[in-house]
Design a protein around this ligand. Structure first.
Ligand SMILES: [Zn+2]
Length: 231
């Protein structure tokens, strides 16, 4: 693995030359997630992740999917207690375009109000689906009973909290966590690092704010935002 810095953001390149599939991977990992939430913001990290693909300054949600489909790129994202990752897999020859689309969603998302409202229903439906799944329900009940906040609570949040999320909350969350000191890019594939570096450099803004990871101490956020750690 080779590590470089592009505009203060770490870029890790893992060379994978015996790639018979001809597929590459590029991801953006942000140190954020459910463990930084309070009872009133439960589910916000996952909600922000869902809204990353809903439109940018130059692309509607539909454009994002159409532009991806045209080059055979496949986008996905996930949220855990300690990270949000969004990533794309693509045919190697379309690496530059795929990286450009992913970085567009990271740095230029506009989070349209109407998409946020629609997404609440999707997230709540996803949550209900997990309630129906006996194993997910069992694990969540164990977490609820025995794991102290902030790590035990549901990543998807509660229906009550999800319904209170606003565009402003999403924008603030995004601005606070998606900054140069708190995210990293990862590329896996056959391209040399300088080429990946060029793709990233030509797309990402060069003035990403930098915030020390120390700012993200759980107890700092937790003590500031909540009065009690029971739910
Ligand atoms: Zn989800």
């Amino acid at each position: 693995m080779i590590l470089v810095e592009v505009n203060n953001v770490q870029l890790a390149c893992i060379e994978h030359n015996d790639n018979l599939s001809g597929i590459g991977f590029f991801g953006c990992i942000t140190s954020a997630g459910a463990m930084y939430e309070t009872p009133s913001t439960s589910g916000l990290a996952h909600f922000v992740e869902h809204n990353l693909f809903k439109g940018t300054k130059s692309r509607t949600a539909r454009d994002i999917w159409m532009d991806s489909a045209r080059i055979g790129a496949n986008f996905n994202a996930s949220t855990s207690h300690n990270h949000i990752i969004s990533y794309v897999t693509f045919p190697n020859e379309n690496a530059g375009k795929a990286i450009e689309i992913l970085l567009d969603t990271i740095f230029n998302s506009v989070f349209p109000e109407e998409e946020i409202e629609k997404e609440k229903e999707i997230v709540i439906a996803e949550r209900r689906g997990m309630e129906d799944d006996i194993m997910s329900k069992f694990i969540q009940q164990i977490n609820d009973e025995w794991m102290p906040w902030p790590i035990g609570h549901s990543i998807g949040g509660e229906e009550d909290t999800v319904n209170t999320f606003t565009r402003e909350m999403v924008l603030n969350y995004k601005e606070f966590y998606f900054n140069a000191g708190n995210m990293a890019f990862v590329y896996v594939g056959p391209l040399p690092i300088n080429q990946v570096e060029d793709f990233v450099k030509t797309t990402m803004p060069d003035n990403i704010p930098w915030r020390s990871p120390d700012t993200f101490a759980v107890d700092t956020l937790w003590n500031k935002n909540a009065g009690s750690n029971s739910r």
